[in-house]
Design a protein around this ligand. Structure first.
Ligand SMILES: [Zn+2]
Length: 191
């Protein structure tokens, strides 16, 4: 539970920071390219190359700081991606036994969310990795969610939100055997 919160929100923050830095970079470059009053009303002697060099210099100066932030963010994203790769479960497909147990636990119906945060409940055909396999999710019963083809496709390789996890676990109390288990989601440890 806490782990998903950390993983989900840190990645969300990274995407937000990336968007902000790109905007900062774009605005900085745009402002640097705006003609300056001195240049417009200049003597007219400055050659084209001088003007271009001046523009290039001001663009580079304006882009330096946001550019440095951008490089840092790109490095952080690369480290996260490399760690996801190292976490990957060598086994990707659920075993027959896991599928059988996972489907029985869900009574053969999709456990994912359709509109209004309610259970989808269409006939399930797939075993979905709650934590996506590509992002280090385990191929285990704990990480198994019964899904219909539509929900399975819609989810893709996105990491579900902590809210979605909480709601699946709450809904499971209604249809899983009274002694559970109700919890969902498992992530491979770093080797
Ligand atoms: Zn569904």
């Amino acid at each position: 539970m806490m782990e998903l919160k950390r993983v989900y929100w840190s990645r969300k923050a990274l995407r937000l920071a990336y968007a902000a830095v790109m905007m900062w970079l774009g605005i900085s470059v745009f402002l640097a390219l705006m003609p300056k009053p001195t240049e417009v009303s200049g003597t007219g002697i400055s050659s084209v190359t001088e003007v271009l060099r001046g523009m290039l210099e001001s663009v580079l100066a304006a882009a330096a700081l946001p550019g440095a932030f951008l490089v840092v963010l790109i490095i952080v994203a690369a480290v996260i991606r490399a760690q996801d790769l190292r976490r990957r479960d060598p086994v990707r497909r659920f075993t027959r036994q896991q599928r059988r147990e996972g489907m029985a636990r869900a009574a053969g119906l999709c456990e994912m969310e359709a509109g209004f945060r309610r259970r989808c409940s269409r006939p399930a055909e797939h075993g979905d990795h709650f934590y996506p396999w590509s992002k280090g999710g385990s191929t285990s019963l704990q990480n198994f969610v019964a899904a219909c083809p539509r929900c399975n496709r819609a989810k893709g390789a996105r990491i579900p939100s902590p809210g979605q996890q909480e709601r699946i676990e709450r809904r499971r109390r209604d249809y899983v055997a009274p002694n559970g288990p109700f919890s969902v989601g498992e992530r491979q440890p770093l080797p």
